[in-house]
Design a protein around this ligand. Structure first.
Ligand code: NDP
Length: 317
């Protein structure tokens, strides 16, 4: 590796969602000269949603794209060095920590903020792409409001799916919960709530084959009892199709060093962004299986930058 391919920095941030950019705003205002790599999806998951109406400070709402552009500009205004690139390898065995970008450039950093987010799981149907932003969503809290008094379907049988179905049941006229097994995986209390809600209909042993509609989702094709002798195809009329089959935290590249839980989320010390490695912090969805909101991600990005500043001062870096 040539010298031009090596660089030393004080604070490296990986990821450009609300957590990464907020960390960059705070770190640059604290004179840490942060370098931020945008990662796999510049702007993060919010760039795939349409209107964001629950981020404080935007009384009229804002598009996900605009919000991320604003955060990026705000970070750049204070001098954050924002670059395109993906972390492909890490060596966090000792400080300074080494992160390889795009397989070729090695950054040595005194402190690292991991804000790589999580990726919602999709079923893998071509129609999910076709109707992206036109009735297909992986976030009921973000998009549910647009389906007031309409009919929607949620896919999944875990706590998230139940939570999303319950949330949507307060807005929509009717909610179908499409569950591939004959039972729910969610906790008993969530199951009881879902089964006791009048406008939620659980379709056990149903799988989605595709979606249809002229200018957006108008319905879904399902298969009932797949592989059994009573297998049949059915269709339901819906206006919105919500995926709630889990998220994959983007923590793979840090895993040899960083402790994660069974689902792959980075473990942090209760109420802080501290990981098992001093000077390495995790913010946003990569460490949050519970809330996954732009505002909670931004808050933890702020905390990670404050922790970084304290760590660097304490260690004389
Ligand atoms: P889970 O992994 O618990 O559940 C995923 C669900 O999606 C399962 O029902 C699974 O079906 C289904 N699924 C997966 N792939 C497919 C597919 N290809 N087609 C159809 N269905 C599919 O994920 P969650 O996001 O629900 O929860 C993650 C963690 O977070 C859990 O530990 C959960 O308890 C926790 N959580 C807690 C909450 C709370 O306490 N308030 C709220 C939300 C989450 P199957 O059962 O057949 O595998």
């Amino acid at each position: 590796m040539s010298d031009t391919q090596k660089e030393k920095v004080r604070c490296l941030i990986i990821g450009s969602g609300p957590a990464g950019y907020t960390a960059a705003i705070y770190a640059s205002r604290a004179n840490l000269s942060p370098v931020l790599y945008e990662g796999i999806q510049p702007g993060g998951q919010l760039t795939t949603t349409t209107d964001v109406e629950n981020f404080p400070g935007y009384p009229e709402g804002v598009t996900g794209m605009e919000l991320m552009e604003d955060l990026k500009k705000q970070a750049a205004r204070f001098g954050a060095d924002i670059r395109v690139g993906i972390a492909t390898k890490t060596d966090l065995s000792e400080a300074p920590y080494k992160v390889t970008i795009d397989g070729e450039k090695e950054i040595e950093t005194e402190a690292l903020i991991i804000a790589t987010g999580a990726t919602a799981r999709y079923l893998g149907l071509p129609d999910e792409q076709k109707y992206a932003g036109m009735g297909v969503s992986a976030c009921a809290t973000c998009d549910g409001f647009f389906y007031r008094k309409k009919v929607v379907a949620v896919v999944g049988g875990g706590d998230t799916a139940c939570e999303e179905a319950l949330y949507l049941s307060g807005l929509a006229k009717k909610v179908y919960l499409i569950v591939r097994k004959p039972h729910l995986r969610a906790s008993k209390v969530m199951q009881a709530r879902v089964l006791g809600t009048e406008n939620i209909e659980v379709l056990f042993e149903h799988e989605t084959l595709g979606l249809f509609g002229e200018n957006g989702v108008e319905g879904a094709y399902l298969v009932k009892f797949r592989g059994k002798h009573e297998e049949e195809q059915v269709s339901i009329a819906i206006d919105g199709f919500f995926l709630a089959i889990g998220h994959n935290p983007n923590a793979e590249v840090f895993k040899p060093w960083i402790e994660t839980d069974e689902a792959g989320y980075i473990k942090t010390h209760a109420g802080t962004p501290r990981t098992n490695i001093p000077g390495v912090f995790a913010a946003g969805d990569v460490a949050d299986p519970l809330y996954r909101q732009a505002i909670t991600a931004a808050g933890s990005g702020c905390a990670a930058a404050i922790e970084t500043e304290r760590y660097l001062v304490e260690h004389g870096k």
